[in-house]
Design a protein around this ligand. Structure first.
Ligand SMILES: [Zn+2]
Length: 216
């Protein structure tokens, strides 16, 4: 699905200037989700909380999809194992149709103020890793430069690599979004990070997966 270089990432920032492109939002109420289609937790059955929406653009290739939305279960304080990409206690929605005017769904999840996001200049992560290899830059320093909210590039894992494998058996999924608790203090462990992957081998709308790792 994604054709961009896997080594280029775009750091996310709060949008402050009118000239900056809107690439999505963190928090608030999502657009384009009907109440009847609102993701419910596969473990406890409650309506999930919305976290983020990202629009495709030069910063993220979503193939035929028009938006990526991220939801997580907050109903049971983690007992639903919301960190697991396969349990059904989180959801990555790939939208086949754009509907920015659709504002629907349960009010219980309108918990955070919506923050519009923009992106900074693309970052060549391969160049950074070459400095580690050829110039003696400590790997910890290189990873520290990538431990922020970003689109694309490599996942900076807090507790070891948990990249989901494509159910097609063709290889690992590709990082679409790395999300921290810095831009919006989501009601999840401070210092933790969410990693949203898209399966490049699958064309269907279930190709997105979320892995969560808690702060120490
Ligand atoms: Zn749940």
């Amino acid at each position: 699905m994604t054709t961009r270089s896997p080594w280029v990432s775009y750091r996310l920032a709060k949008k402050t200037e009118p000239s900056e492109p809107v690439v999505g939002s963190f928090g608030g109420h999502p657009r384009g989700i009907r109440a009847s289609e609102w993701p419910r937790c596969g473990v406890c059955g409650n309506a999930m909380c919305h976290m983020a929406q990202i629009n495709p653009g030069p910063w993220l290739d979503l193939g035929r999809f028009t938006k990526l939305s991220v939801f997580i279960c907050h109903a049971t304080g983690g007992r639903c194992e919301d960190w697991d990409p396969w349990k059904g206690a989180n959801r990555v929605v790939l939208h086949p149709n754009e509907d920015e005017n659709l504002y629907d769904g349960p009010p219980t999840v309108r918990v955070y103020r919506r923050k519009l996001l923009t992106v900074q200049q693309p970052l060549d992560e391969l160049g950074l890793m070459r400095r580690v290899k050829n110039e003696g830059m400590p790997m910890a320093d290189a990873l520290a430069e990538l431990r922020h909210d970003k689109l694309g590039g490599g996942a900076v894992w807090l507790h070891g690599d948990q990249t989901p494998q494509s159910p097609t058996g063709q290889g690992p999924m590709r990082l679409a979004l790395q999300l921290t608790t810095k831009l919006v203090s989501f009601d999840i462990t401070p210092g933790g990070m969410a990693y949203i992957f898209v399966d490049p081998f699958s064309p269907d709308d279930a190709a997105g997966r979320l892995v969560w790792q808690g702060g120490s």
